[in-house]
Design a protein around this ligand. Structure first.
Ligand SMILES: [Zn+2]
Length: 476
């Protein structure tokens, strides 16, 4: 063999060896500014490498040459953050609406929501099946965590519940939920007795199951926190924590002399900031978080001023789901001027508790209550409205982002997989055209969504929305 040929062969072998040394990955996202939500910091010149549904490395841009990505996406001037979580959504409205509920899944993805927490409806088996299909990559949609059917007392107004009539029945109900492999336990307060409610919290905690709930009027808030309540769903329940009269008001509810609404009104009248702060400190110490769902409360509170019937987003909502909106609209229309004024006052005061809760160390988790029944509370879009309200009522953009990125996974003990852009974490990412730490409105300026490693650029997101619109319009 001639020396030149030998040299060429050696060079070829070396080049081959170098290529083989390169680490094969699926996607490289390079030249973006990374947002670390937990610390509120930005880092430029970073490349994020994805393989399958996982972030396999985060390196300096110059290190990209060590990798062999199948797809390289260059993102100068863009911001990269973890996908958003909406931790309070619903699917429901009866079996006839299964398809319409299914059409909500791409709406979440198209708005950068890569995870939802389903807080119970009347389609538990369907939602559990979707959870699996999405996890298996057979259905496009956000990762789902679900409560399965919620716990209630006998004959509640809500469908799709497990009826628990006494503390003695709690164990069996939790066995049923564990057999379904639910992600947490949802408890509402329509007909459940105070003793059963508290027993459910205690037994769930003993089994290592997390709980989220409404608050029965006959239970002092502190007792629920101490029994292990994981999250208070809907911030308005916390108004009772702000009055020195709580014990007395609870007694009157037990005696049947006051309704929940009246307790809220009296709580407003006797509001005391020091009492509120003390209660929130206790709440934080017990490890109870809050999912404020302010956006949904605001919509209902201001139905007298804002009709929503011309909302552009309605084109994405099926007619059956739209029909479920009528319930709250009709109820609100029956309110006289005093009741309307009270609706506004209750919303404003609830919202104003946000900075106090944050200052006293309570974990605030973003959730919207979007889904059936909750009028004009639009899946996907509502989460952006919710965190914008958080900032309007006194949180920083960083705190608002934490509520939608970090605090949800923390509640479910999933921070090993979610909450930041780091090696080993889920390839659920959002590429934004503007800096969300500077302006929370930037979360709406979505350039790209990565869900389970799958890249959806703007054109693909727009197609998703258009597909949904056409299905709703019956064009297909
Ligand atoms: Zn809800």
């Amino acid at each position: 063999m001639k020396p030149l040929v030998t040299a060429m062969l050696v060079a070829g072998v070396l080049a081959g060896a170098q290529a083989a040394d390169k680490i094969a990955v699926d996607v490289a996202l390079t030249q973006a500014t990374l947002i670390d939500v937990a610390s509120g910091t930005r880092s430029e010149g970073q490349t994020v490498l994805l393989k399958g549904d996982t972030i396999v490395a985060v390196v300096k841009d110059a290190e990209l040459k060590r990798y062999a990505p199948r797809q390289t996406i260059t993102l100068p001037g863009k911001y990269l953050m973890p996908g958003l979580w909406d931790t309070h959504v619903h699917f429901g409205g009866g079996e006839a609406l299964i398809e319409e509920n299914k059409q909500l899944l791409p709406l979440y993805l198209a708005h950068g929501i890569t995870t939802v927490r389903d807080c119970a409806g009347d389609l538990a088996a369907t939602v559990l099946a979707w959870r699996q299909q999405i996890a298996d990559g057979k259905l496009a949609g956000p990762t789902i965590f679900t409560s399965g059917p919620k716990l209630e007392g006998r004959k509640p107004m809500w469908k799709g519940t497990i009826e628990v009539g006494s503390p003695g029945e709690v164990g069996k109900a939790l066995d049923t939920l564990q057999a379904m492999n639910v992600d947490f336990v949802k408890i509402t307060e329509n007909t459940i007795t105070p003793d059963t409610y508290l027993e459910a919290l205690r037994q769930a905690r003993a089994r290592g199951m997390r709980t989220s709930g409404h608050l029965p009027g006959q239970v002092p808030l502190a007792r629920a926190f101490e029994a292990g309540l994981g999250t208070v769903e809907h911030q308005s329940y916390l108004l009772r924590a702000t009055t020195p009269r709580e014990a007395e008001l609870v007694q009157q509810v037990v005696a049947g002399k006051l309704t929940g609404r009246e307790v809220m009104r009296l709580s407003l009248e006797s509001y005391d900031e020091a009492t509120a702060r003390r209660a929130f400190r206790h709440m934080a110490a017990q490890g109870t978080a809050v999912v404020p769902t302010l956006w949904g409360s605001r919509i209902t509170a201001y139905l007298d001023q804002e009709s929503h019937h011309g909302d552009d987003f309605l084109k994405y909502i099926g007619t059956g789901l739209r029909a479920t909106y009528a319930w709250r609209v009709q109820r609100a229309a029956q309110d006289g001027p005093e009741a309307v004024a009270l609706r506004h006052a209750l919303f404003e005061k609830s919202a104003q508790l946000l900075p106090l809760l944050a200052q006293e160390g309570v974990s605030i988790i973003a959730g919207t209550d979007a889904g059936f029944l909750n009028s004009f509370n639009y899946p996907g879009q509502a989460l952006h409205d919710e965190i914008a309200l958080f900032v309007r009522y006194g949180l920083t953009p960083q705190q608002a982002l934490q509520s939608a990125v970090v605090n949800g996974p923390r509640f479910l003990s999933k921070l090993d997989r979610y909450g930041s852009i780091q090696e080993g974490k889920a390839a659920d990412l959002l590429v934004l055209n503007a800096d969300p730490l500077a302006d929370i409105g930037a979360t709406r300026k979505i350039r790209m969504v990565v869900s389970r490693g799958e890249v959806h650029d703007r054109a693909r997101l727009d197609r998703m929305l258009e597909d949904t619109r056409r299905k709703v319009a019956g064009d297909q």
